[in-house]
Design a protein. Structure first.
Length: 239
């Protein structure tokens, strides 16, 4: 396979092209060609996932000093989620270069988000192995910065992030309660509270219940950050 165009698109020239080729080998291709001595890109994907989390965490830590631990975690999750990584992969047309089985080809697997995200992580690892982790960092940082500038923080699912945090700490699922609805029919304003058992975690307002609930969850995450999660032990004391 001629990967010269891909080298140009990636903006990185591999000293050892075989490393890039390995990053483009999907497991379905290996299963279909079991007699070959090739290995799938799954190990590279594993390495790329770990490296991406570190680079993203470091980027957010140094670039956004006002973000607390909870906000750092949720923002990182948004940056490295499957949909975002698939978007990055499409910007390089990685799907065109992945080697997959005939069955997956018929199923049009090349444009599946999961496959593209996994391939992106494998390529990141390949760059790190070929040129050092700094080369991988320098390659992926512009993508992360651009995604932040495109407002990724505004698309964070704060409710899921809060649920993950509270359940992980005290095994309680947050609940949302409507405090009030104000304004005329065409300009309704909801006020929503989020509780964890008997502890009020946050209050949010919005032009709809979902918007107000998301805002309440965001406020709760900020409160937990500012209190260094001191609210959570209150739940344990109530049991």
């Amino acid at each position: 396979m001629d990967l010269s165009k891909l080298h140009t698109a990636l903006g990185y020239s591999f000293r050892d092209p075989a490393v890039l080729e390995a990053a483009l080998l999907h497991r379905s291709y290996i299963h279909e060609n079991a007699s070959s001595a090739l290995s799938s890109n799954e190990r590279l994907e594993f390495l790329g996932d770990a490296l991406l989390n570190f680079i993203t965490g470091s980027f957010l830590y140094h670039t956004y000093p006002d973000l607390g631990e909870g906000q750092l975690t949720t923002t990182r999750s948004a940056l490295v989620q499957t949909r975002t990584l698939a978007k990055f992969a499409r910007s390089f047309d990685l799907g065109d270069y992945v080697r997959i089985s005939k069955g997956e080809e018929r199923a049009r697997a090349r444009q599946r988000d999961n496959l593209l995200a996994d391939t992106f992580e494998a390529v990141l690892a390949a760059i790190a192995l070929d040129g050092g982790w700094e080369a991988a960092r320098d390659w992926v940082l512009p993508l992360l910065r651009a995604e932040m500038e495109n407002g990724v923080a505004e698309r964070i699912d704060y409710k899921s992030a809060l649920q993950h945090r509270v359940q992980g700490a005290v095994n309680v699922t947050p609940s949302y309660r409507e405090r009030m609805v104000t304004g005329p029919d065409h300009e309704r304003q909801w006020t929503i509270e989020v509780w964890a058992d008997t502890v009020l975690l946050g209050v949010g307002q919005g032009a709809s219940k979902p918007m107000a609930s998301q805002e309440a969850a965001r406020v709760a995450l900020e409160a937990l950050d500012e209190a260094n999660s001191a609210l959570l032990p209150l739940l344990e004391s109530d049991k």
